[in-house]
Structure formats: structure tokens, C-alpha cells
Write a protein that binds this ligand. Structure first.
Ligand code: XLS
Ligand code: NI
Ligand code: NI
Length: 441
């Protein structure tokens, strides 16, 4: 079933190869193509973000909305929500992507009371369920939107107001219920206002304790209702608060470990959030991978000249190659996926621009996958890194790795042997090799 209501000018986007000059085709993403052990579709598990793609109006602090969105030309908020669902499934089906992600409040408007909000969400989820059945498109993750409404001004699970905390719990419970109903493979918590603007009014210690208890309740409730997906925390260092508690991968992992939550939650890592934290995306993915916490990815990129979350579609092959190297090394991203938490610029206001953005991001990651697999098969990075540390395999140094030596023994060794002979780090050679591999495709 391909509907043709909202994007009549676009047919199904399909693979045509790098030689094609049709920008509404894939140059690299060929879902059934085998790359190593899996198909491209299995490696990449792409997802469309409901909020940016179907809800975003294109406002900024200086200007009104710019987006032309035919599905929004409906007065009644619930009918508009239904039209958005229809537009979403037409779009995702034409794009040929297997997954989508949503916040509770993007898909359905909030009501006057919790009961009304829940009823709105249930009604829209009925429609989503029908469309999922018709198209075979699946839910990568659902998430509660705990940052938009004024009641969350001071935070949700870190609010100083205990009633707000209860509202956040009610909303999260319902979001997890509908995610379970739709067979979501993951459930994400992004602490949109879990942080502070000034410590003068903030009991940081209590806010951490409350957040940890909240997450414990989420994990327990997930068990109670039989949600068998992955629970994820999405780090971000700042925006909207000055200092977000879930700063980066390392900060979140140390928090989870302090409160005994590390078995319950993994990480959903976003490209733009990494750069806001002063890291590369690869750094965040590596940190999560070596700590067995790599859960899923929000595939976007920032603008290094701007200090906020610009949520642009990924266009940088070097970054996606290095990201895919981490994913391949981790043995894959499933049950997570690559969710385009990305939006078109407000100057790109036509519906077709949504296709260009996604095709660009999809191809940039598909090419990154091909280059990363090729690099791994060449063994060039692996061999270099292995030999760089090979001194730890020999003589007393092997005892360091085995935890069987001490400062006295090492001091004696150092005194009895000549000065260390260093080898070149060869960064330039490795960068040159990386670029040559990128140029091959
Ligand atoms: C905002 C976050 C958000 C999460 C889901 O910066 O990226 O979109 O992914 O709440
Ligand atoms: Ni995100
Ligand atoms: Ni973001």
C-alpha cells in the first residue's frame, strides 16, 4: 500500500548507484546488499524521527514558522494529529526505511488533564498501529516528552516540585505503555530539563537522588509490564538547561553505576550532542562501546561554528566512517538503530526537502559502512594499534597487564635497562590511509 496523498511528486526512493544523477535515489544505500555478515539494512537499521519531520514548524527565536506542511492544514488538533500519522507513513514507506521514533506529545496533543492526554495518545496510537500493520514499518523507540510544557520549567524527574515529579511519572508510565503496545524495540529517556541554570537555587544532591529513583521506577515498571526492549539514556551537555546532568557518555555511566542502574540502561548517543560536549562522535561511541553500553544512535551532525544543537542531517563521510567502525567493532547496533534526529533548515520549507535531507543522511551512513568494512578487512588500523602497544606483551611488562607487578619491580627494571626508544605515532600516515579508503567508494 503506497498512499499518494502528501508527497505526490515523489515515488519510492530506490538504489541507483553512485553514477546516478537523480538526487531522489540512493547512491550507496542498497538495503539487500551484503556487507560482511549482514545486509546493509541489518547493519544500519535506519529510523525517521516523527518530531522533526512531521511536526517541526520552522520557528526560531527571531521568526515564525516557515514550513509548508499540507498535513497541518486541518483545524482540529486531533484530526491534524491523524493527518500527521498518515503523512509519516507515506513518507517513511516511500523512503524505504524500516523504523520510526516518536515522543508521546509529538504524535498526540496534550489535554487539560492527564486522563485526557492519555485518551488522546491512545486514539492516535490506534491509528499508528493500523499504519504499522499495513506498511510493516516498526517502532525503533518511543520516549516521553518531559520538557515542552510549562510545568516542566524546573525539570521533570529533577523538579524541586514533587507534584511535577508525579506528573512526569504518570506521563512516562503511559509512554512506556504505548511503546510496549507498539512493540517498540527501545525506550529512550532524554532528560530535556534535568539540569540547572544556577546552583544558587539548586539542591544538586537531591536532584540526582530523585532522578536515580525515577529511573529505577522506570526499569521496574518495564519489567512489570513485560517490556522486553532496551532502556536508553541520551546524554547531552547543555541546552535547554545551562548544565544538563546527563552531560556525556562518561558522566552518565558514572551516574548509572553509582546508583546501581548500569544493568538496566544503555546509551543513545547523538552526533551533535557529542560535539556540544567537546568530543568527537567517535569518542562517545568508543567510550560506550568499551563499557558495553552502546545502545543506539541519533544520527545527526552539528555546525562547529554554532554553539547549539542544530540537528542537521549527516553529510560528513569521515565522521560516519569512524562511527561505523565503532558499530562494527561492537558487533552491530541492534536492538538500537540509526535514528535521524535531524531537521531540514527553516529555509528548506518544501515537503520534498524532507526527502533530500534523509536521502543525504542515509547515503552518508551507507558509504561510511562500506568504507569502515573495507578498512577493517584491510586490517591496517588494527595492526598498527596492536603493534603500538606490543611492548606490554613482553618481559616484566606482561606482568603489568596481568596485575602482577609493583612499583619496586618496575623501578628496578627501569634502572637496569636503557632509556625508552619511542616509535612514531604516524597520525598523518593513518589519516592519509583513511582518506584513500574513503576515496575508493
Ligand atoms: C534533543 C534530543 C531529543 C531526544 C529525544 O536534543 O536529541 O530529540 O533525542 O527526546
Ligand atoms: Ni536526540
Ligand atoms: Ni539533540
Amino acid at each position: 500500500m503506497t498512499q499518494d496523498e502528501y508527497f505526490p511528486a515523489v515515488e519510492t526512493v530506490s538504489y541507483e548507484g553512485p553514477e546516478s544523477d537523480d538526487p531522489l535515489s540512493y547512491a550507496y544505500y542498497d538495503p539487500e546488499r551484503r556487507v560482511g555478515e549482514k545486509t546493509m539494512a541489518e547493519h544500519l537499521r535506519f529510523s525517521v524521527a516523527f518530531w522533526h519531520t512531521f511536526v517541526e514548524e520552522g520557528t526560531d527565536p527571531f521568526g515564525a514558522g516557515t514550513m509548508q506542511r499540507p498535513w497541518d492544514d486541518v483545524e482540529d488538533p486531533m484530526e491534524r494529529a491523524e493527518a500527521r500519522v498518515d503523512a509519516a507513513f507515506e513518507f517513511i514507506e516511500k523512503l524505504g526505511v524500516p523504523y520510526f521514533c516518536f515522543h508521546d506529545r509529538d504524535v498526540a496533543p496534550s489535554g487539560e488533564t492527564i486522563a485526557e492526554s492519555n485518551a488522546n495518545l491512545d486514539r492516535i496510537v490506534d491509528r499508528i498501529e493500523d499504519r504499522m500493520d499495513e506498511t510493516g514499518i516498526e517502532l525503533l523507540w518511543g520516549t516521553p516528552q518531559l520538557f515542552y510544557e510549562p510545568k516542566y520549567a524546573h525539570g521533570a524527574a529533577t523538579s524541586p516540585n514533587a507534584d511535577v515529579y508525579a506528573h512526569a511519572a504518570a506521563q512516562t508510565k503511559q509512554a512506556l505503555d504505548v511503546t510496549t503496545r507498539l512493540d517498540g524495540e527501545n525506550f529512550v529517556i532524554w532528560g530535556g530539563r534535568e539540569g540547572y541554570t544556577t546552583l544558587l537555587n539548586t539542591d544538586m544532591d537531591r536532584e540526582f537522588e530523585n532522578l536515580a529513583r525515577f529511573l529505577r521506577m522506570v526499569a521496574d515498571y518495564a519489567d512489570d509490564i513485560g517490556f522486553d526492549g532496551q532502556l536508553l539514556i541520551e546524554p547531552k551537555p547543555k541546552e535547554p538547561t545551562k548544565h544538563q546532568y546527563d552531560f556525556d557518555a562518561a558522566t552518565v555511566l558514572s551516574f548509572l553505576r553509582k546508583y546501581g542502574l548500569e544493568e538496566d540502561f544503555n546509551l543513545n548517543l547523538e552526533g551533535n550532542h557529542a560535539t556540544l560536549a567537546g568530543h568527537t562522535f567517535q569518542h562517545e561511541l568508543r567510550y560506550a562501546r568499551i563499557n558495553d553500553a552502546l545502545g543506539s544512535i541519533d544520527a545527526n551532525q552539528g555546525d562547529k561554528l554554532l554553539g547549539w544543537d542544530t540537528d542537521q542531517f549527516p553529510t560528513d563521510t569521515k565522521t560516519t566512517t569512524l562511527a561505523m567502525l565503532e558499530i562494527l567493532e561492537a558487533g552491530g547496533i541492534a536492538p538500537g538503530g540509526l535514528n535521524f534526529d535531524a531537521k531540514v533548515r527553516r529555509e528548506s520549507f518544501e515537503p520534498v526537502d524532507l526527502f533530500y535531507g534523509h536521502v543525504s543522511g542515509i547515503d552518508t551512513f551507507a558509504k561510511g559502512l562500506l568504507v569502515a568494512q573495507d578498512l577493517r578487512e584491510s586490517g591496517v588500523l588494527e595492526e598498527f594499534v596492536e603493534s603500538r602497544y606490543s611492548g606490554y606483551e613482553e618481559s616484566i611488562h606482561a606482568d603489568v597487564a596481568a596485575g602482577q607487578t609493583d612499583l619496586v619491580a618496575l623501578a628496578e627494571y627501569a634502572e637496569n635497562n636503557g632509556p625508552p626508544e619511542l616509535d612514531s605515532g604516524r597520525q598523518e600516515r593513518l589519516e592519509l590511509i583513511l582518506n584513500r579508503h574513503i576515496a575508493k567508494f
